[in-house]
Design a protein around this ligand. Structure first.
Ligand code: GLA
Length: 461
């Protein structure tokens, strides 16, 4: 077993977190009449660079944030999962341990819990899982690109593992959680689950896939990362935007693979294509420009190039919620992926070498990443673009959308000595302009440092 594949730690609740956990314990006792046996904490994350490339096989560079999902848990003998939420907007859910349903067409909060639960049952072949009484308390802003849903999936999985007296290593459980999110229909890549389990306080991580590996990245001294939520909500499981991008990347890859005489049905990720061809990222960008045209491809054209019927295409390349999509932008999506993959390695190299102008260079990469997400990947939105512009005008060295996009948060790199000034400027220029945003400013605009990964907490008494 490697260090990264030791199980998530079990520890005592840190003193500073006591008030929140005491309240949660009281809520649990009031509801179930017993004490929770343990708590599981799973953090959200912010991705510093490397957007929409994990599902193409490329490395990304996130860090965990302090905001998290916590579940207080105790086993019951009623054969039921009873799940309640400290946020009264989410009504209680309960079901039999052997009768769970995950509705892909209308994802609700508890479905994410069920994804993690089901993943563990299948992965460990658990036959008689214990009933569970649970109270969830979440502080990760929702539908904001900070991975609230994956944190919930990871939290559910670790709760299920622990309550049933099992153990899974961090890498094993992260890989499993990445797969089981597909029960809800999103073909995500694995970044969120990886950082949720492999994060360490004070460290951003380069996350590589296949096999999953996380390496520390030393961010330059004198800069702070500030998160600002555009307050435009986007739930990636409830729309098809996300999966359309996944499919566009797949089609771009398959058409280029076919052009190169490879078995295109077997090659579904742009990263695998690059590896198979043994070419550099720069060459992969050149290949994209020479094989693909910038105009959108109709489904018919894709079928003609690949030599398949629409039904076959559905099987080789499409997802359930992209079957009716009529046109695909392939050139721009692949160009984004290959250039973003290169920016991640450039970012890592600058962090390793720390030249005198490291922060400016990193800021430029973040800005380039946003431009590429906005123009080539088209996963931003006008409010978020406006917010990113305001961040740069207000002193950020770099700013970009983070997470899936189409709304949600920007992450900005700001010189440490002007963070307060920066926050005040954004508050005035973005949040004060709109009462609904202003009301949410405290949870929407904050500086953050790299936080620690998922943990099981026990009570000290
Ligand atoms: C979501 C997915 C991740 C990743 C990002 C975009 O958060 O869950 O796997 O694809 O979007 O970078």
């Amino acid at each position: 077993m490697t260090m990264a594949d030791t199980p998530p730690p079990v520890s005592l609740i840190p003193q500073g977190k006591m008030p929140r956990f005491s309240t949660l314990k009281e809520t649990f006792v009031a509801k179930y009449g017993t004490y929770p046996e343990f708590f599981v904490r799973a953090p959200g994350r912010v991705n510093l660079i490397g957007e929409h490339i994990d599902y193409c096989g490329y490395s990304v560079l996130p860090m965990a944030i302090e905001q998290d999902i916590v579940i207080a848990a105790a086993a019951n003998d009623s054969g039921k999962i009873v799940l309640s939420n400290t946020d009264s907007n989410f009504s209680e859910y309960s079901c039999a341990t052997d009768n769970i349903e995950i509705d892909k067409s209308k994802p609700l909060w508890f479905h994410y819990f069920l994804c993690g639960y089901k993943g563990v049952l299948e992965h460990l072949s658990l036959k008689n899982p214990k009933g569970m009484n649970l109270v969830l308390d979440g502080t990760v802003p929702r539908s904001a690109g900070l991975s609230s849903s994956s944190a919930l999936v990871c939290c559910a999985a670790l709760t299920t593992v622990h309550i049933n007296g099992q153990q899974m290593g961090k890498v094993e459980i992260a890989d499993m959680c990445a797969l089981c999110e597909q029960y809800i229909g999103t073909i995500g890549g694995g970044m969120d689950q990886a950082i949720c389990f492999l994060a360490e306080a004070g460290k951003a991580k380069l996350v590589e896939f296949n096999p999953l590996k996380a390496t520390n990245v030393s961010l330059p001294q004198g800069v702070v990362f500030v998160i600002s939520n555009s307050c435009v909500e986007m739930n990636k499981a409830a729309t098809s935007h996300f999966n359309i991008r996944v499919v566009e990347c797949r089609l771009a890859c398959q058409i280029m693979a076919k052009e190169k005489g490879l078995n295109w049905r077997e090659i579904k990720k742009l990263g695998d294509l690059q590896k198979t061809l043994g070419i550099t990222l720069e060459d992969a960008i050149k290949l994209t420009q020479s094989v693909l045209h910038p105009e959108p491809y109709s489904k018919e054209e894709v079928c003609n190039i690949l030599g398949v019927s629409a039904e076959e295409l559905a099987q080789t390349s499409l997802s359930q919620n992209t079957l009716t999509v009529a046109s695909f932008k392939l050139h721009d999506r692949a160009t984004h992926v290959y250039s973003e993959a290169k920016r991640v390695w450039d970012f890592k190299k600058i962090c390793d070498e720390q030249p005198h102008n490291a922060s400016e260079m990193l800021g430029q990469l973040m800005n380039d990443s946003h431009t590429s997400c906005r123009d080539l990947y088209e996963c931003s939105c006008p409010d978020l673009d406006h917010l990113v512009d305001l961040c740069i005008q207000s002193g950020a060295l770099g700013s970009r959308l983070t997470g899936a996009g189409w709304g949600g948060c920007a992450v900005s790199m700001v010189p440490a000595d002007c963070v307060q000034e920066f926050i005040t400027a954004i508050q005035q220029k973005y949040y004060a302009k709109d009462p609904a945003r202003e009301a949410r400013v405290k949870e929407s605009l904050f500086a953050t440092v790299p936080g620690s990964g998922a943990v099981i907490y026990k009570w000290d008494d």
